[in-house]
Design a protein around this ligand. Structure first.
Ligand SMILES: C[C@H](O)[C@H](O)[C@H]1CNC2=NC(N)=NC(=O)C2=N1
Length: 101
């Protein structure tokens, strides 16, 4: 998968298909809200497994009932690439199974 930087315009266009995800500076971000702390912890572990599978890792923060992600591609000098969008897409597909909104 390409690690070429995406333009701001292209990134914002692609995020239209990822509800709740945003471009903040040079990262894409999302905060999920969960029904409980244990549901948030379970989603956090699920995301960690996805990240290991993709070999692509976000800043991943577990709160009381939230899971926050912030990611860009280090190997592209800290730009947003297809790898970040792939991770976001995989997480967006998994999150609802945990009751995340
Ligand atoms: C050596 C290893 O494959 C690289 O460091 C991977 C690990 N996870 C990564 N995660 C992110 N967000 N960006 C990277 O460039 C990256 N590179």
């Amino acid at each position: 998968m390409s690690a070429e930087p995406l333009s701001r315009t292209e990134t914002e266009h692609r995020l239209e298909s990822l509800p709740g995800w945003a471009l903040e500076g040079d990262r894409i971000t999302r905060t999920y809200r969960l029904p409980s702390h244990l549901a948030a912890a379970a989603l956090t572990m699920h995301i960690a497994r996805i990240q290991e599978e993709l070999n692509h890792h976000s800043e991943l923060t577990l709160g009381y009932n939230t899971v926050a992600l912030s990611v860009h591609t280090h190997d592209a000098g800290g730009a947003v690439t297809e790898k970040d969008l792939e991770l976001a897409t995989r997480v967006a597909a998994a999150a609802p199974d945990h009751g995340a909104v």
